[in-house]
Design a protein around this ligand. Structure first.
Ligand code: CA
Length: 664
């Protein structure tokens, strides 16, 4: 619309200049002053771009010889890019005809149709929003800043590009070209437009725009003017990203990823090599800085961990496609493989993941597609086994895994959907996406998330709820006076076995109180948890538990609570009776989707620690079961002191007695 109008203006102007130059006279029309201005602007843009390109690069001869005629140079440059085939990209322009009717989902089409009408998706948990006939890229329909930040990632442009290839309907390309130029005009890189220029959005755009380039370049709507705006803005992005390096977090990877994609896709820029080297240096540095030797990314939120696998892999793959894999050491790829293992080790049997920190458990099976790809890439039969629910590949050689540096531990009875699986977290401070939850765990059994983590609900615009979901006391761990704990983890014992897995961890949760938690997976059927509060602190000491949404049967006299599903699996939690212990209901909420939450049962067991010396210990069973509830009793034998390195337990299950001991 505006695009074609302004471009035809440019051609009129060229003609006008030509007339003047040849000394011909013609009448002056109203509006020509404006036309002239546009012409100058456009020339300025073209000249700016030309000054950033290496015009001596092979193939750019015609562009170089046209520099005195900027319009022609821009046309020649477009012709060069359309003919260029030495740069490889995951989106292959040659594949467009094969994609007819095959590459867009219903959702892509509907998002694209909305986008045609300027009804855009920002943060996708909120409804799409009409951003004006004259688009306001700073629209804020909700208080959550994520909306406007994510609006400026323009994810809907990907849908428009898919819809374009899917239907070959030029309207998508025409509108995208208009919106693209509109965005670049309205969002200069300055303080006033900082909502559009967080470094991660710039990084995300740097990557995604190269995809859009591949999909729209051959469209007749992709005029020289669009190309000039596009490349100038890519140059601006790369230059900006050179100055932004968020070390130690996923941000740093998105910044590097955007930089790498611009640099490798457009080697014609004079600075491309510098950008590429910087991006690859950052990725090589960050894979060592951010990934523990056990494979987990340091922010300790599995969603971000998975994202980081993607960011580390994408630039590496692009470099490989373009014959530049040697810029990465062999260890780089090995480390990515180790990161992929984490999903197998910590994933639940239904293909979902724990939602510790700012993470989301996801839809069932969501990790399987990735595992299937990685199985092929890394020749991993165990990944394939998990990805195909045991139909192909080879069963992983263990059922219990310790990620000792990041502090994740998983125990499972098997790999099929009905298996029992518990994942416990007791790790270092992972920063803003990590919560003060050391000692907490999630339990899955029989196809149900019986004790899920509360999740995180929201990032911005609702600090009260953001804070609520972060609290230590809404996690399945121990608190002093209900306060948030600190991170100071220690692994004391990891001893997996055929019929007993033992884990003992400790966290110096408060200045003068350490929480030691022993977790025993008995007969691969149920869990015994021994919690000890060690230290000089006094005050109320509580251990907290939360169930999945649904009703609960509580027995305060016997200190037990269980879920109340009428069919399938349930879970029983019971703390062994002791003097002075109380059982209380607590506020319970769980969020499985951004901005969505629901109530769920939650309760705690409490002891008042009145003196420094007072021994404070809880012995609790967590028993997932199908059909009838087993009768289980646990007691410690002897009278071990708090913090004792030798423990002996007597466990009676349905009348059958068993002794277990461990030494630290
Ligand atoms: Ca949590």
């Amino acid at each position: 619309m505006v695009m074609s109008r302004s471009f035809s203006k440019c051609f009129c102007e060229s003609l006008f200049i030509l007339c003047l130059a040849s000394g011909l006279t013609r009448p002056v029309y109203a509006g020509e002053a404006e036309l002239n201005q546009n012409n100058i602007d456009n020339h300025h843009d073209i000249n700016k771009l030309l000054s950033c390109l290496n015009l001596n690069a092979p193939g750019l001869e015609k562009v170089k010889s046209s520099v005195d005629d900027p319009q022609l140079a821009a046309k020649e440059l477009l012709a060069y890019y359309r003919a260029r085939d030495f740069v490889k990209h995951p989106v292959d322009r040659q594949a467009k005809p094969e994609m007819l009717g095959k590459c867009a989902s219903m959702n892509d089409i509907s998002e694209a149709e909305n986008a045609m009408k300027h009804i855009f998706v920002g943060q996708p948990a909120y409804p799409p929003h009409f951003c004006g006939e004259d688009i306001n890229w700073n629209s804020r329909p909700v208080p959550d800043m994520e909306w406007v930040w994510q609006l400026n990632r323009m994810g809907f442009w990907q849908s428009m590009s898919l819809a374009y290839w899917h239907t070959n309907d030029e309207k998508y390309a025409k509108e995208w070209c208009f919106q693209f130029v509109d965005w670049t005009k309205k969002n200069p890189l300055d303080k006033e437009h900082d909502y559009a220029w967080r470094s991660i959005e710039a990084g995300i755009r740097g990557h995604s725009w190269t995809i859009l380039f591949q999909r729209f370049l051959d469209s007749p709507s992709f005029t020289p003017e669009v190309l000039v705006a596009f490349l100038n803005c890519c140059h601006e992005h790369a230059s900006y990203l050179m100055t932004k390096y968020s070390k130690g977090s996923n941000w740093g990877l998105m910044e590097a990823d955007g930089l790498a994609f611009i640099a490798i896709t457009f080697p014609e820029f004079q600075d491309s090599k510098k950008w590429r080297d910087e991006a690859i240096m950052r990725l090589n540095t960050e894979i060592n800085n951010q990934v523990y030797s056990d494979g987990h990314q340091r922010e300790l939120a599995i969603g971000y961990h998975s994202g980081c696998i993607g960011w580390f892999t994408r630039s590496f793959d692009l470099a490989k496609m373009n014959g530049q894999a040697n810029a990465f050491p062999e260890s780089y790829n090995k480390k990515i493989e180790k990161m992929c293992e984490v999903l197998m080790k910590l994933g639940f049997p239904d293909g979902t993941t724990p939602q510790f920190g700012d993470s989301w458990t996801g839809t069932p099976g969501h990790i399987w597609e990735s595992l299937r790809n990685w199985a092929q890439l890394y020749h991993r039969d165990d990944f394939l086994y998990v990805a195909t629910e045991g139909k192909e590949g080879k069963k992983p050689d263990a059922t219990a895994f310790a990620l000792e540096k990041s502090g994740f531990y998983s125990m499972r009875s098997g790999w099929d959907k009905n298996s029992i699986c518990l994942v416990l977290k007791c790790g270092p401070d992972g920063g803003g996406h990590c919560q003060p939850d050391n000692g907490t765990f999630e339990l899955y059994a029989g196809g149900r998330h019986l004790m899920p983590d509360a999740g995180s609900y929201i990032y911005s615009g609702d600090p009260k709820n953001r804070e609520w979901f972060r609290q230590t006391k809404v996690h399945q761990t121990l608190t002093l006076d209900g306060k948030n704990s600190t991170f100071s983890p220690k692994l004391l014992l990891w001893k997996p076995g055929t019929d007993l897995d033992i884990l003992v961890v400790e966290n110096k949760s408060y200045q003068n109180l350490t929480h030691r938690r022993a977790l025993l997976f008995v007969d691969k059927k149920f869990f015994v948890i021994i919690d000890e509060a060690m230290g000089d602190a006094t005050g109320p000491v509580d251990i907290h538990f939360q169930l999945g949404p649904g009703s609960v049967v509580s027995d305060y006299k016997n200190f037990s609570a269980c879920t109340n599903f009428h069919d399938g699996w349930n879970v029983l939690v019971q703390s062994m009776k002791q003097k002075g212990m109380n059982m209380k209901d607590e506020e319970g909420q769980v969020s499985f989707l951004y901005t969505k939450k629901e109530p769920r049962p939650a309760f705690s067991y409490g002891l008042q620690k009145n003196t420094k010396e007072q021994e404070t210990r809880f012995i609790t069973i967590v028993v997932p079961y199908n059909e009838s509830q087993p009768r289980i009793k646990v007691r410690l034998t002897g009278k071990p002191k708090i913090g004792s390195s030798h423990m002996e337990l007597k466990i009676v299950t349905n009348g059958i007695s068993k002794k277990i001991s461990y030494d630290l």
